[in-house]
Design a protein around this ligand. Structure first.
Ligand SMILES: *[C@@H]1O[C@H](CO)[C@@H](O)[C@H](O)[C@H]1NC(C)=O
Ligand SMILES: *[C@@H]1O[C@H](CO)[C@@H](O)[C@H](O)[C@H]1NC(C)=O
Ligand SMILES: *[C@@H]1O[C@H](CO)[C@@H](O)[C@H](O)[C@H]1NC(C)=O
Ligand SMILES: *[C@@H]1O[C@H](CO)[C@@H](O)[C@H](O)[C@H]1NC(C)=O
Ligand SMILES: *[C@@H]1O[C@H](CO)[C@@H](O)[C@H](O)[C@H]1NC(C)=O
Ligand SMILES: *[C@@H]1O[C@H](CO)[C@@H](O)[C@H](O)[C@H]1NC(C)=O
Ligand SMILES: *[C@@H]1O[C@H](CO)[C@@H](O)[C@H](O)[C@H]1NC(C)=O
Ligand SMILES: *[C@@H]1O[C@H](CO)[C@@H](O)[C@H](O)[C@H]1NC(C)=O
Ligand SMILES: *[C@@H]1O[C@H](CO)[C@@H](O)[C@H](O)[C@H]1NC(C)=O
Ligand SMILES: *[C@@H]1O[C@H](CO)[C@@H](O)[C@H](O)[C@H]1NC(C)=O
Ligand SMILES: *[C@@H]1O[C@H](CO)[C@@H](O)[C@H](O)[C@H]1NC(C)=O
Ligand SMILES: *[C@@H]1O[C@H](CO)[C@@H](O)[C@H](O)[C@H]1NC(C)=O
Length: 561
């Protein structure tokens, strides 16, 4: 049969890819010619050097006939669409297969190029490094992609970032071996890596390019020797006497050092499996220089100067102190501290501007004194209670009377000074209106009386140092010191009397003055009465206030010395 008498048409080369080991299906004419039009279908392949090898042929309405005599004899078949089927694809199937189709009067050829692909079965890392030493190029591992076609490209990743050989810290050596039997390639990639401290915990893995495969990741212990050492001290801010001092030696390195030397002011202590050393309840003599170092490399050493703050104070006198007015009180203040001390004083809880001066004590100096000294966060306080007492009994500073607001009573006021606090009593029965607090040695006592007759009123003060102060404080008040407004008639009468008396006084006084100028009757200066011993008030104006002129001839009050 002359197949070659027909006209030929050769279509362009088609390319198909088959998977290694699986059924390879090579289509013929992609359905361009209807099956019923085909008279003969014939498959051949290129044996090399243009020599064709015939595989099978099918004539219309006949069974397929295998023409192959080589290994294809048992592997080839054809389906209803004229596709050539080759079982268990091999790499040697990578060649050109041609489908020849004979129709009524034409012959068509459809050559197909076949590629066989195979993914590597898996990626395997072997020869893993145990640990990495910083700065030393170390073989990290070997990644193998076995039995692939085309050969797998292996890329190394660190933390999902591809690594590239840089001739320094990263070296990647890849090689491909082809297995003679199958023709499949095995790619091997060896990564050498020089680790840095930052690589601690980094994840390394290898992947085959454009394949959805990755190796199990691997991580490494990065070892390096200690580069930094620090001595940490707690408490950080201020170490006070009585605190617990904790020293902590902080050193890097992997594996981290577990034993340390502590130098406590020259004394050497070695600790194991800990990095701290505690000195409980430090005293001031703990101030000094402290160090810590590695036991196997004493040049790795950290130093700290530690200061213990402390404060002792001593205040003399203390407790309850009783002093006489006018005396001096010597204060003895001692401060023993680690630094500059801040000092303040309070008296009865009120802050004083400066240290109190007790060179001459007065009653007002009585009170509770507190001395507060602060150094850093330490505060200490000392105190004493000072009572200033008089040298003698209390004295009456003044005695006066007022009309009460309602005009029905007399209000008698006795002001006394002295210490201890005097008790005030009156020679008249009255109602106590008020007694002032005893402050700065002074006390004011007020009573209310109903005037009935001319009275002589005495105020008496008594304390531990004396029963009375009669000498200066007994006072007799004449009735016509009765207030003007007690009742209008009487007032008018009294005012009249007073005005009359004043005029008479003036006249008499003038006459007496003229007379005394001539007769020198009035001897000496007017007698001065200590205003502290007597102040006699009359509203609205004091009539006599600590002064009485024996020459005036007018006696409004008499007092008994
Ligand atoms: C085709 O093969 C089958 C058996 O495989 C056979 O029964 C049949 O007769 C054959 N046909 C022809 C035309 O040879
Ligand atoms: C042959 O081709 C037809 C149409 O293209 C398709 O439906 C059929 O499944 C094919 N048969 C085989 C065995 O591939
Ligand atoms: C492998 O990588 C090289 C260079 O990047 C590239 O030329 C080659 O095509 C790659 N091979 C595969 C199978 O991806
Ligand atoms: C590696 O990582 C795993 C988990 O991610 C962890 O359990 C293991 O301890 C790590 N090994 C090293 C040497 O860091
Ligand atoms: C010091 O340590 C002891 C015991 O370890 C503890 O009882 C004490 O409260 C600590 N003192 C201070 C000031 O923290
Ligand atoms: C701390 O030491 C002082 C003397 O240095 C001692 O008086 C005090 O009792 C100690 N305190 C404790 C809690 O051990
Ligand atoms: C520090 O003082 C404490 C008591 O306050 C004493 O026990 C200790 O021995 C002293 N240490 C030194 C180094 O002087
Ligand atoms: C500690 O104090 C000593 C003496 O006062 C001084 O020579 C040294 O430099 C100080 N060390 C530090 C770390 O401050
Ligand atoms: C108080 O101090 C002065 C001088 O400092 C001294 O002369 C006087 O004797 C002291 N008085 C007392 C009571 O200690
Ligand atoms: C201070 O308190 C004392 C009693 O503690 C008291 O006698 C004194 O009068 C008070 N001084 C002042 C100024 O308040
Ligand atoms: C004060 O009243 C009492 C009785 O209430 C009386 O015994 C006493 O004599 C009165 N004293 C004077 C000074 O009037
Ligand atoms: C009060 O004394 C004055 C003068 O001594 C006298 O004139 C007057 O009568 C006396 N009044 C009474 C109520 O005793």
């Amino acid at each position: 049969m002359c197949l070659w008498c027909f006209s030929f048409a050769v279509t362009s080369l088609e390319l198909i890819t088959g998977q290694y080991g699986e059924m390879l299906k090579i289509p013929c004419n992609s359905g361009a010619i209807k099956a019923e039009d085909i008279a003969i279908t014939k498959w051949k392949y290129d044996k090399g050097d243009g020599v064709p090898g015939y595989l099978l042929v099918k004539q219309k309405n006949q069974n397929v006939s295998i023409s192959a005599t080589d290994e294809y004899k048992v592997r080839v078949s054809m389906d209803e669409n004229s596709s050539l089927l080759i079982s268990a694809a091999k790499l040697s199937d990578q060649r050109t297969f041609t489908c020849m189709v004979v129709t009524g009067g034409d012959v068509f050829e459809y050559p197909v190029n076949v590629l066989i692909h195979k993914l590597p079965a898996k990626l395997e890392i072997s020869e893993k490094a145990e640990e990495l030493e910083i700065g030393r190029l170390t073989k990290l591992g070997k990644c193998v992609a076995k039995d692939a076609n085309p050969p797998a490209n292996i890329t190394w990743f660190k933390n999902n970032k591809p690594l590239e050989a840089d001739g320094k810290g990263i070296s990647i050596k890849a090689s491909v071996a082809i297995e003679s039997g199958t023709g499949l390639s095995t790619t091997t990639s060896i990564l050498e890596y020089s680790a840095t401290k930052e690589d601690t915990g980094a994840k390394f893995e290898c992947r085959a390019d454009s394949l959805p495969l990755e190796s199990s990741s691997m991580n490494f212990t990065i070892t390096y020797s200690t580069e930094n050492i620090m001595l940490e001290v707690s408490p950080q801010k201020e170490l006070k006497e009585g605190d617990n001092l904790t020293l902590k030696c902080v050193a890097d390195g992997n594996p981290a050092p577990t034993s340390f030397n502590f130098h406590l002011k020259g004394e050497l202590v070695t600790v194991e499996n800990t990095d701290t050393y505690t000195i409980a309840n430090v005293s001031r003599n703990a101030t000094g220089e402290y160090k810590c170092s590695l036991i196997d490399d004493t040049s790795m050493e950290a130093t700290r100067n530690i200061t213990v703050t402390y404060l002792d104070i001593n205040l003399s006198p203390s407790g309850n102190i009783v002093k006489l007015a006018g005396d001096a009180l010597n204060l003895s203040l001692q401060i023993d501290s680690s630094g500059k001390a801040e000092v303040s004083w309070t008296k009865n809880n009120t802050k004083l501007d400066k240290q109190p001066d007790f060179t001459k004590l007065g009653y007002s100096d009585s009170g509770r004194y507190e001395w507060t000294v602060t150094v850093g966060h330490i505060t200490r306080t000392a105190s004493f209670d000072l009572t200033v007492e008089g040298k003698g009994p209390a004295v009456i500073k003044s005695l006066f009377k007022n009309r009460s607001n309602d005009g029905q009573h007399k209000v008698l006021t006795c002001e006394a000074e002295g210490s201890p606090k005097p008790a005030v009593s009156w020679s008249i029965n009255g109602t106590l209106l008020s007694e002032s607090p005893f402050i700065n040695g002074k006390i004011t006592h007020k009573i209310k009386v109903v005037p009935s007759a001319n009275l002589t009123v005495h105020c008496t003060v008594t304390n531990r140092l004396g029963k009375h102060d009669t000498h200066a404080s007994d006072i007799s008040v004449l009735s016509f010191f009765t207030d003007q407004s007690e009742d209008s008639d009487q007032t008018r009468l009294v005012v009249g009397v007073i005005v009359g008396l004043l005029i008479a006084t003036l006249v008499i006084g003038l006459a007496y003055w003229v007379y005394s100028k001539k007769s020198n009757c009035c001897q000496g200066a007017p007698r001065k009465i200590s205003p502290t011993s007597l102040t006699l008030h009359q509203q609205p104006e004091p009539l006599i206030q600590g002064r009485m002129n024996p020459c005036s001839g007018v006696i409004y009050a008499k007092f008994t010395p």
